[in-house]
Design a protein around this ligand. Structure first.
Ligand SMILES: NC(=O)c1ccc[n+]([C@@H]2O[C@H](COP(=O)([O-])OP(=O)(O)OC[C@H]3O[C@@H](n4cnc5c(N)ncnc54)[C@H](O)[C@@H]3O)[C@@H](O)[C@H]2O)c1
Length: 397
């Protein structure tokens, strides 16, 4: 059993605690920290947490926990991680790791110098569908991964600090692009270096300085591309979708608005439907088990098992740092309107990875470009001569 000090009792503190303590979980939240003691006590009461405090140093220092989970607003991550690392306890931090790569790098250094276990709590790479899809991709079902499209859009976040660029580090890109970027990295290969980013970002709806819409392309050394699409102004709930395109196959994932449960009610059920749902009557898309569908359950199984057995979890602070570096490049690209390099002063993956472009031999003299069965039953082959480069068409019945 792991005893957890939960820093933050907002939305993510609630989801983390729910994921840890529901279903007769063996890990327990033993300390709840909030900046207001009333809120800390209320949260502790709701989740049967023995200790509540509004003092962060005291929260992390007690002998009643061996893991510290950071679920505070982005501008507080670094200070919380630093305080937690000093205690020698395992440090787990929510996304985004930092407001920028510089901050994330300092946080990585802090935990590595302290020699403590660390994990980056990127839940969306752990959704049951994503884990299944990753297994298929790693088994070669899609051939070479060429393009990963990841989308997270909803009508905007639920607390004031998200909307303040200084406190959050940006807008929809830092808030949700971080998920999309890490999902793509997982499918493309986390050992493949992200090299450059192009990005469109704009503030189309809200009276804020940060972007509420963005689309970006992240190019990897092997030629693969990760595409992120984020919005804080999407109407209709929370749209979480991923697509993986490979040389031999395709995967489409829909995590939230079409999970298999669709319900119509003219009168409503008197409460919450699903995260970021906009209505409670009409056609609704409830989610059976939200912590599981969002990946929290499998995430904690991986992270806490890793801690118990002394292995590295799927996502570490190093991954958080790489994600922040990609986001920094996206912000630069949105401003410059050019492809901007991803500046990574610390790269731990492979180098010199060849391009994914695949040449398929047809025969001694030709490469196969395309093969298609036509409506008249004829199989058409498009071939390219290996020496002359000439493209020809052949038909076979
Ligand atoms: N899918 C995910 O992984 C996911 C989802 C939501 C939020 N998050 C992340 O979790 C973090 C918190 O987000 P949230 O949605 O829970 O926010 P929230 O606003 O719901 O809760 C934030 C918590 O921090 C506390 N807090 C705010 N300002 C503080 C201060 N100055 N000092 C001490 N405590 C303070 C609040 O009282 C509250 O307990 C953010 O980094 C966010 O990006 C992750």
């Amino acid at each position: 059993m792991r005893r957890i000090c939960m820093l933050g009792t907002g939305l993510i503190g609630m989801f983390y605690t729910k994921a840890l303590q529901e279903h007769r979980g063996r890990d327990k939240v033993t300390v709840a920290y909030s900046r207001s003691i009333e809120r800390a006590r209320k949260f502790a009461g709701e989740w049967a947490i023995p200790r509540a405090t509004d003092n962060l140093e005291e929260a992390v220092a007690g002998s009643d926990s061996d893991v510290v989970m950071v679920g505070l607003p982005n501008y507080l991550h670094e200070a919380a991680v630093t305080a937690a690392a000093r205690t020698g306890k395992a440090v787990l931090c929510t996304k985004p790791l930092g407001r920028n790569a510089e901050e994330a790098r300092r946080m990585l250094d802090v935990v590595e110098k302290a020699g403590v276990f660390h994990a980056y709590l990127e839940d969306l790479v752990y959704t049951p569908k994503t884990l299944k899809a990753l297994q298929a991709v790693r088994a070669g079902a899609l051939g070479k991964v060429l393009w990963v499209r990841s989308r997270e859009t909803h009508p905007g976040p639920h607390s004031d600090w998200f909307w303040n660029q200084e406190l959050s580090g940006g807008g929809a890109i830092i808030d949700m692009g971080c998920h999309c970027i890490e999902i793509a990295r997982n499918f493309i290969g986390k050992d493949i270096r992200p090299v450059e980013v192009s990005c469109w970002a704009d503030t189309q709806v809200h009276p804020i300085e940060a972007e509420d819409h963005a689309v970006g392309l992240v190019k990897y050394e092997n030629g693969a591309v990760g595409q992120f699409e984020v919005s804080w102004a999407f109407r209709g709930g929370m749209d979480l979708r991923d697509e993986v395109a490979g040389t031999e196959g395709t995967i489409w994932l829909n995590h939230w608005l079409r999970t298999g449960m669709e319900m119509f009610t003219a009168v409503g059920q008197g409460g919450y439907v699903a995260e970021k749902a906009e209505g409670s009557t009409g056609w609704l898309f409830p989610v059976g088990d939200e912590p599981s569908a969002l990946g929290y359950t499998d995430m904690f199984a991986d992270v806490l098992d890793a801690l118990d057995t002394g292995r590295t979890p799927m996502e570490t602070f190093y991954d958080g740092y790489v994600v922040n570096a990609i986001i920094d490049a996206a912000y630069r690209a949105a401003k410059s309107r050019r492809w901007e390099p991803v500046q990574l002063d610390l790269w731990r993956g492979r180098v010199g990875v060849p391009n994914v472009a695949a040449l398929r031999d047809y025969d001694q003299d030709h490469y196969l470009i395309k093969e298609e069965k036509m409506p008249d039953g004829v199989a058409k082959l498009i071939l390219r001569n290996k020496t002359t480069g000439q493209v020809i068409e052949r038909r076979a019945t």
